[in-house]
Design a protein. Structure first.
Ligand SMILES: [Zn+2]
Ligand SMILES: [Zn+2]
Length: 321
């Protein structure tokens, strides 16, 4: 299986200001002066090998949407603004191949907060007759929430004008489903209004998507429940929007977790790869880079011998498990 990250920002989309881009260009040009760059491939190699990610890339901009590749049909988690880019890329690729076959999509929702559904009105495949879109979640009345966000005065096109066959299904937590060739199980999470995580399994590999969840200090029972869901996951995508200080002092009860608990739970559960997700929208790329480095340092303090790979998600990242 593979995971492609279409949207990774928490809470709302946030882009880089022009001055931040200019600082990146300044840094890149200054660094390049130490190298004798004569050809395009020299420049490409310099960017790839010598520039840090916070200069050559960005930890923005879209809100939550990931694609799980390896099932029989298209599988997504959440419908933040990343789903718009997913839909547009798909349509472009199909047009290039002159492929007019309809498609089936399965969208698993963590919860109905706006940043997890507000990309859907811009999901072009939903406007194409013949496409089938199955939307799953654990909350009651998911369809009502989608209708509400596409009603006046919020959006000009009502949900019923989308031509695809769109169906909503309410799942039960802790029950195993088989959807699109994947084993799927959901679990309840601590978040305002409650959210749900998902564990996807196929051919002995497991990917856990656990966004929008607050892990509180010292609640052992909750740890036990989560450790069962995270157990031996090949990839854990984990809401680490905050630093430990944020989580304890200023943003307690805001419904998100921190990088320290991300590392500790990953080690305890035997997770192989941790990808922090739902990135803090007020942080610039440099501070998110530092946050990732701090997290890797914390792993060495917490358990130096544990071979956990740690990433911080960004739009356009792909991880194979
Ligand atoms: Zn969120
Ligand atoms: Zn939320």
């Amino acid at each position: 299986m593979k995971v492609y990250f279409w949207g990774t920002k928490g809470s709302l989309p946030s882009s880089s200001l022009a001055e931040e881009i200019q600082r990146k260009i300044f840094f890149a040009i200054k660094e390049s002066m130490a190298y004798d760059l004569k050809t395009d491939s020299d420049i490409e190699a310099f960017i790839k090998e010598h520039l840090p990610f916070y200069i050559k890339g960005s930890y923005g901009t879209n809100t939550s949407c990931i694609e799980i590749k390896g099932g029989n049909e298209y599988v997504l988690c959440d419908a933040g603004t990343g789903i718009r880019d997913f839909g547009n890329r798909l349509i472009k690729n199909k047009a290039a191949k002159k492929d007019r076959q309809p498609d089936t999509f399965h969208i698993f929702l963590s919860h109905l907060h706006w940043d997890h559904i507000h990309g859907f009105p811009f999901f072009t495949p939903a406007y194409i007759l013949g496409n089938r879109i199955n939307i799953y979640g654990f909350h009651e009345n998911i369809g009502d929430a989608f209708e509400a966000q596409q009603s006046q005065p919020f959006f000009p096109v009502p949900l019923r004008y989308m031509s695809a066959d769109i169906r909503f299904s309410t799942l039960e937590p802790d029950r195993e489903y088989h959807i699109a060739g994947l084993g799927v199980r959901g679990f309840k999470q601590d978040h305002p209004g409650v959210s749900y995580g998902y564990r996807f399994e196929r051919e002995g590999k497991a990917i856990v998507y656990s966004s929008d969840c607050e892990h509180r200090e010292g609640i052992e029972r909750d740890d036990y429940v989560f450790l069962n869901f995270f157990r031996d996951a090949d990839l854990l995508i984990f809401d680490a929007q905050y630093s430990l200080l944020d989580a304890i002092y200023t943003k307690e009860n805001w419904g998100h977790s921190n990088n320290i608990i991300a590392v500790e739970l990953s080690v305890k559960a035997g997770v192989k790869r941790l990808c922090m997700f739902h990135n803090e929208p007020t942080c610039d790329d440099r501070s998110l880079w530092d946050f990732l480095e701090d997290t890797r340092k914390y792993l060495r303090l917490y358990d130096e011998s544990y071979p956990l790979i740690i990433d911080l998600a960004y739009d356009g990242m792909e991880i194979e498990v």
